[in-house]
Design a protein around this ligand. Structure first.
Ligand SMILES: Nc1ncnc2c1ncn2[C@@H]1O[C@H](COP(=O)(O)OP(=O)(O)OP(=O)(O)O)[C@@H](O)[C@H]1O
Length: 342
């Protein structure tokens, strides 16, 4: 199929409820332009895998529509499957077979045969630094080697769109770095469209030209990481306090910090008070003074340029780490004292 300027992925108002009443997707919209690397970023349980399952035809939405590589996922799932590669969270490789045999089998499943298959398998083994290990059973591979093989398996039939579901989860930092380099090269060299899901802020920041933050089955914001961070004017100041802030402590801080000059978007969560400040360095002593007057013991303070964590906080009202740990941001969640999302 010839390259097209139409989006590689266009999903509209996807809704998916699992048995038991869990609403995994609650009207999710996502558009991925051709030839780009797009990151779906969100904490565990946000709905990323469910989105990938629908876009790769492994699950049906309750409602909504999606077109992938020019084909409707509900009307022409077979065409979608031929046009995409999927690297799921759990390896699809046969552990008893060799790396080469896994690649050959995958190629044959997609109708690649003969000399073309041999060439493609050699090329992928080389590209993913698996040539030396090609004749060994996959069960003896390291985590990084298995993951590289998984990505190679997804590419055998030269798909137009590659889905990578949590490509580096479980890898050590070195293997993660190597995988990031490889994904970056793939995007640059082959003009592939890559949709990756991740719960690592740094991974999305590093790899994705555009990210969509997924929160409770919806996209809360989409944009280039730099642009999203750039929208947050000023510095992020995070103050660690000694004890967990209960409702009373939060109310106390509301009074103490709410009206400080140059300080806005105050969020208290767990043992951290986060604010956005015109000038972080100037705000620190002002904040510390106000906290001291409020009788709150401070452990330390940091000033940082905005990160994707701050973008997440701004649009969801929760710190990313808290959401990852299962904080639901409900009645017992953070207290946004001033400013807040948007
Ligand atoms: N087969 C299922 N049956 C019931 N609930 C499910 C099923 N699959 C997912 N869920 C629930 O749907 C919600 C979204 O899950 P999903 O796996 O899409 O999230 P995720 O962002 O990909 O997180 P993770 O990285 O942990 O997979 C979660 O609350 C999850 O528990």
């Amino acid at each position: 199929m010839s390259a097209t300027r139409a989006p590689a992925v266009q999903a509209r108002q996807l809704v998916k409820t699992y048995p038991g009443g869990v609403t995994a997707l609650d009207g999710l919209d996502v558009t991925v332009e051709s030839g780009t690397v797009f990151g779906l970023l969100g904490p565990n349980g946000a709905g990323k895998s469910t989105t990938v399952k629908i876009l790769t035809t492994l699950a049906r939405p309750d409602s909504g529509s999606a077109v992938v590589a020019g084909h409707d996922v509900l009307r022409h799932p077979d065409r979608v499957r031929r046009a995409i590669g999927v690297v799921a969270q759990n390896s699809g490789a046969d552990p008893v077979a060799t790396g080469r045999d896994n690649l050959r089998l995958q190629g044959r499943l997609y109708g690649v045969k003969g000399a073309a298959l041999d060439r493609r398998v050699d090329e992928l083994l080389e590209r993913f630094a698996l040539t030396d290990a090609a004749r060994r059973p996959v069960k003896g591979y390291s985590g990084g080697m298995r993951r590289r093989l998984d990505v190679a398996l997804g590419l055998v039939h030269r798909p137009q769109v590659l889905f990578l579901d949590e490509p580096t989860t479980g890898l050590d930092p070195e293997a993660r770095g190597a995988m990031w380099d490889e994904i970056g090269r793939l995007a640059g060299e082959e003009g592939l469209t890559i949709l990756l899901t991740t719960h690592y802020l740094e991974e999305a920041d590093r790899l994705a030209e555009r990210v969509a933050i997924v929160d409770r089955g919806r996209i809360v914001v989409t944009g280039a990481p730099e642009a999203l961070k750039g929208e947050l004017r000023g510095d992020a100041v995070h103050v660690r306090v000694r004890g967990e802030l209960g409702d009373g402590g939060r109310a106390l801080l509301q009074g103490a910090l709410g009206g400080l000059p140059g300080v806005h978007e105050v969020v208290c969560e767990g043992r951290t008070v986060s604010v956005r400040a015109q000038d972080g360095a100037e705000a620190v002593p002002v904040l510390l003074g106000a906290l001291e007057r409020a009788g709150v013991a401070v452990v330390g303070a940091t000033v940082a340029r905005p990160s994707l964590d701050d973008v997440y906080l701004r649009y969801t009202g929760r710190r990313y780490a808290e959401a990852e740990a299962g904080g639901d941001g409900g009645a017992a969640g953070p207290l946004v004292l001033a400013g807040g999302a948007r």
